[in-house]
Design a protein around this ligand. Structure first.
Ligand code: ZN
Length: 394
């Protein structure tokens, strides 16, 4: 409608340079009075040559245009669970150092946080002592084996050595597992290197999205200290209504905005997957779309998206050629010129898809001359027609 009134203003600019919304109607009225001709047949109107010029009427024919009709789908920015990590320690400890701040980019394996606790050293000492004991038991087992082979040792001693050795071996395996879990290298301890810190490393490259501890703080095992996300696989998860399922497919362009942003820019993306499961409650399916990396786009943001359907060229008229009356759509054609008088006829049609600029013309009432369609000024003709027919405005 915005476009129509703009065109109407343009049309009347000649008559009144200061044309505004209210006196548009006045102007139409003046023109309507002047147009009180003998023609009063329904759907017909005539204007003089100069009236038509003043109204800025322009003629032409149908155009073939691609009408892109977006499909609305709302959703949010999501991150697959594997691309989000909560950095926490498996051991209690005191924070010694936090190496990155919110927003920092980290590489896989980089040390993010350093923790300290006397218990770490104790754990390693325990490992070392079990390790040493296991070595001794291994030698003892070998000795008993030799004695037994030579038939000089008691069978019982060999069995005991065997069972002590395997018990210690599994004890060591458990400790080793615990140390590895905590990020302490057992093989370093075996070489005599005991560390008094635990280093928490980045499980993958990404961005630090939150830091929830500070130096000197005691953190408990499992407590989140930092969050890292891999933004690479961030995507849009959209809910598509069932009626639109046949229209959406992989590769279609997606434009989306973030309503939470005061003046959200339009972001661009592309459909990468169309779900196959209908959610029975919402009657929607999920559409997965990828977009270009942008710092503003973070997981959890609500989005309003438009999926751009594939379009075919279709017969259209510009919206400035279209008026509607009592629910029926019309355009006007110039039928004949008698002297100074130009005759117009209102033609009903069935509108198809619409965009901001064009309306698809599906079926229309028969017309002789398809080259004399009023492309600009239909709104003026309608106003004049309504007045001269003593009709209404809607
Ligand atoms: Zn994805």
């Amino acid at each position: 409608m915005k476009d129509l009134s703009k065109i109407a203003v343009l049309g009347f600019a000649v008559i009144s340079l200061t044309a505004c919304k209210e006196n548009q109607n006045d102007s139409a009225e003046i023109m309507a009075e002047n147009a009180q001709e003998e023609h009063h047949e329904e759907g017909h109107i005539s204007l003089t040559q100069s009236q038509a010029e003043d109204a800025g009427l322009a003629y032409g024919t149908f155009a073939q245009e691609e009408i892109k009709v977006p499909i609305e789908a709302n959703g949010s920015i999501e991150l697959p669970p594997n691309n989000m990590a909560s950095i926490s320690s498996l051991l209690n400890g005191f924070v010694v150092k936090i190496n990155f701040l919110e927003g920092d980019v980290v590489k896989k394996g980089q040390v993010l946080v350093e923790l300290k606790d006397p218990a770490y050293v104790k754990m390693q000492q325990e490992y070392l002592s079990v390790y040493g004991r296991l070595n001794y038991l291994e030698q003892e087992l070998e000795r008993q084996q030799i004695l037994n082979d030579a038939d000089v040792g008691a069978k019982k001693n060999l069995q005991q050595a065997q069972s002590e050795f395997s018990a210690k071996k599994s004890e060591l395996a458990v400790l080793k597992e615990q140390l590895n879990y905590a990020g302490i290298s057992a093989s370093a301890i075996e070489k005599g290197k005991i560390q008094n810190r635990v280093y928490l490393r980045a499980p993958f490259g990404g961005t630090v999205t939150s830091v929830s501890a500070h130096n000197g703080q005691k953190v408990m095992s499992g407590q989140e200290i930092m969050q890292v996300i891999n933004r690479e696989h961030m995507h849009l998860e959209l809910q598509l209504f069932q009626k639109d399922i046949p229209k959406v497919k992989k590769g279609q362009k997606v434009q989306f905005t973030i309503p939470a942003f005061e003046e959200s820019p339009v972001f661009e993306g592309e459909v990468s997957l169309v779900g196959r499961n209908l959610d029975m409650d919402s009657k929607t399916i999920r559409v997965h779309a990828h977009f270009e990396e942008n710092d503003w786009l973070i997981p959890g943001l609500y989005t309003e998206a438009r999926i751009m359907q594939d379009s075919k060229k279709t017969r259209v008229l510009p919206t400035s050629a279209i008026v509607s009356d009592k629910g029926t759509s019309y355009f006007f054609v110039k039928t004949e010129t008698e002297g100074d008088e130009i005759n117009y006829e209102k033609v009903a049609f069935e509108p198809g898809i619409k965009s901001d600029d064009y309306v698809q013309i599906k079926k229309y009432d028969k017309i002789q001359d398809t080259t004399a369609i009023v492309l600009n000024g239909a709104f003026t003709l309608k106003a004049v027609m309504n007045k001269s027919e003593g009709g209404h405005e809607d």
